[in-house]
Design a protein around this ligand. Structure first.
Ligand code: MG
Length: 97
């Protein structure tokens, strides 16, 4: 299964602090054998920057600019109503912020 994680609001908050719960979810999905990608509306370079900064290079298959044409199986996003994945979109929110 291909799982795409958003950057802003998912892997980092809007103050650029890591969201460790989401990063743990990413690690767990890789451990379960899922094929994990990172994408961002900020573009490919921005997504790659955060993969490196968060130390996820060995876990993430590739980073992309967000493009609905890529159609992941599952998307992890912070925007309610986002329809990005073939199976659907898991919305993660700032329950503790
Ligand atoms: Mg976002």
């Amino acid at each position: 299964m291909t799982v795409f994680f958003d950057v802003d609001g998912v892997l980092i908050d809007y103050n650029e602090r890591p969201r460790y719960e989401a990063i743990d979810l990413l690690r767990a999905m890789v451990a379960c054998g899922q094929n994990v990608f990172v994408w961002s509306g900020g573009g490919k370079d921005y997504a790659e920057h955060w993969v490196r900064k968060l130390g996820l290079e060995d876990l993430v298959t590739a980073a992309y600019a967000k493009d609905p044409a890529l159609k992941p199986d599952l998307a992890i996003d912070d925007v309610p109503g986002a329809d990005l994945g073939l199976l659907g979109t898991m919305i993660v929110t700032f329950a503790h912020d």
